[in-house]
Design a protein around this ligand. Structure first.
Ligand code: ADP
Ligand code: ADP
Length: 237
């Protein structure tokens, strides 16, 4: 059973220019992402990638179609069930989205505080996460004291805090130089292999998909125009 399944999903927004018209940011998309894989979604700016991410974690409702996460149709869920569902999904971002006024440890602990985890257990979990991402000596540092790669490792630790089954990486290496990108992709590979977490990598960079994903969907104008194994999609005989 796929861990994420979209069936005939359309997401429309009011057209910014034509009164009464709509723009389909996602246009009749069907997609299965299998448990344990690294799945890439690639496309130019405006293709609909971020919208797709917001539909998968139900930050926005679909206009038509169904989205299933871990076997549950999330399109009909109320706020309470959605909050529970979102614990299954971790997210990392291009601009890291860390709190600058909080220490690294507090940033990582943040989702655990929200989830109501007791302080002693939280401390253990934060130490474990810092260790996993190789930042055991940075718990008391602040984000602006870290390099870009270190900030993204904190982002990954925070995303993993609640033990999600899926990690959504939205342009997570787009603000990083090639060497740091390589290092962060190496960590994501460990997240996938050692923790068994399904990863969805959204990017406009083909090299990122090539180095980490096994399957890829190519998006253009809200549609998936091609889908398959990375080697098949990107090889040009
Ligand atoms: P990508 O992430 O691939 O750059 P997006 O999902 O951000 O693409 O955008 C896809 C299309 O949907 C674009 O035409 C964009 O202008 C439109 N769009 C996205 N979000 C909104 C919104 N909240 N309101 C109106 N239009 C939107
Ligand atoms: P608090 O004062 O609310 O415990 P802290 O900033 O001390 O907040 O840290 C948040 C969590 O991370 C706490 O559970 C804390 O015990 C733990 N923690 C703090 N610093 C470190 C560190 N250097 N290594 C591992 N865990 C840490």
């Amino acid at each position: 059973m796929p861990i994420v399944s979209l069936r005939d999903v359309t997401k429309s927004y009011p057209s910014p220019t034509e009164k009464g018209e709509v723009v389909n940011a996602i246009d009749n998309v069907s997609l299965d992402i299998e448990q344990g894989e690294v799945f890439g979604i690639i496309g130019y700016s405006g293709a609909g990638k971020s919208t797709l991410v917001r539909l998968i974690n139900a930050l926005e409702p679909v206009t038509r179609g169904t989205v299933e996460v871990d076997g549950t149709d999330i399109t009909g869920l109320g706020e309470r069930d959605l909050r529970t569902m979102r614990l299954e999904i971790g997210m990392i971002f291009q601009q890291f989205n860390l709190f600058n006024s909080k220490s690294v440890a507090k940033n990582i602990a943040y989702p655990l505080v929200i989830a109501g985890m007791p302080r002693a257990e939280r401390a253990r979990r934060v130490a474990e996460l810092l260790d996993f991402v190789g930042l055991s000596d940075k718990g008391r540092s602040y984000p602006d004291q870290l390099s870009g790669g270190q900030k993204q490792r904190v982002g990954i630790a925070r995303a993993l805090a609640t033990n999600p089954r899926i990690l959504l990486a939205d342009e997570a290496t787009s603000a990083l130089d090639p060497e740091t990108t390589h290092e962060v992709l190496g960590l994501l590979d460990r997240v996938n292999r050692e923790l068994g977490i399904t990863i969805v990598v959204i990017t406009h960079e083909m090299d990122v998909i090539r180095s980490i994903a096994s399957r890829v969907a190519v998006m253009e104008q809200g549609r998936i125009i091609e889908k398959g194994g990375v080697f098949d999609v990107f090889s040009n005989p």
